[in-house]
Design a protein around this ligand. Structure first.
Ligand code: GLN
Length: 246
């Protein structure tokens, strides 16, 4: 059995090597004797989004978010909404996370209408929210701490139909104001954390794998892996952020 993973818009939404998170997912599956089939779906692909177990969408700057709009509204929007409503596991980072909401409006008033799959919207601020940060994932999702790196000007506001993914412990998160970070809806996880999110936070990687496997096979339990080194690096980063009092 192979887990079918789609990397959506790797050509435009792949800031900070976000796509490397897929290598982390496939390696953690391989260590457990489970295969993975990864399909890249750049702008202009004609293949259907149906049949995937996990969809990954990275981040990108305002320009890239504008570039993909035509393709998105040629039917990918409806496919994404259908996949999400059908419980497909989705990890979306920063610009990709904003894309799942209703719209993004830059600080100088340019508006990207997005897909409205998640009850949220984003408005750009003049100052950017940049730096290492950390948040605690909500208890219902495991209550673990995530260390990451954020770089966005968009301030995201959540509506009542989505839950925050977690609460900010250091840094900005969704908007630097209400303490919320990311969004969780069905099996969708949106976060501002760029780059090696999953290698730095193996608990997050396993949360995604377990939710995708649960949906596909009815069995989400995962054989434990030795994450001693990953956890040492993770805990050191948490300690540094606590020390810096950010
Ligand atoms: N356009 C977005 C912002 O600056 C997304 C940036 C990103 O993905 N890093 O808010």
């Amino acid at each position: 059995m192979d887990l079918k993973i789609c990397h959506l818009y790797p050509d435009v939404l792949n800031l900070y090597g976000d796509g490397g998170n897929i290598r982390c997912l496939t390696q953690r599956l391989r260590w457990r004797g489970i295969g993975a089939e990864v399909t890249k779906m750049p702008i202009g692909s004609t293949g259907s989004l149906a049949g995937y177990d996990l969809i990954f969408i990275g981040g990108g700057q305002d320009f890239e978010q504008q570039v993909l709009l035509d393709d998105l509204h040629r039917g990918r929007d409806r496919e994404l909404v259908a996949a999400i409503e059908d419980g497909v596991c989705v990890l979306a980072i920063c610009g990709g996370y904003q894309m799942l909401g209703s719209y993004y409006e830059t600080h100088d008033g340019q508006r990207c209408d997005f897909i409205g799959a998640l009850d949220l919207y984003t408005v750009g601020a003049r100052e950017r929210m940049i730096g290492n940060y950390m948040y605690k994932v909500s208890d219902t999702l495991g209550g673990f701490t995530v260390v990451g790196f954020e770089n966005h000007s968009g301030k995201t506001r959540l509506g009542p139909k989505v839950e925050p993914l977690g609460r900010v412990l250091a840094g900005f998160g969704n908007n630097g104001e209400d303490g919320a970070e990311g969004a969780h809806y069905k099996n969708v996880f949106g976060t501002y954390s760029h780059g090696p999110l999953l290698p730095k936070n193996p608990a997050f990687a396993d949360l995604l794998l377990s939710s995708a496997l649960e949906r596909k096979t009815g069995r989400g339990e995962l054989q434990p892996l030795d994450d001693t080194l990953e956890n040492l690096a993770h805990d050191e980063m948490c300690a540094r952020l606590e020390r810096s009092g950010k």
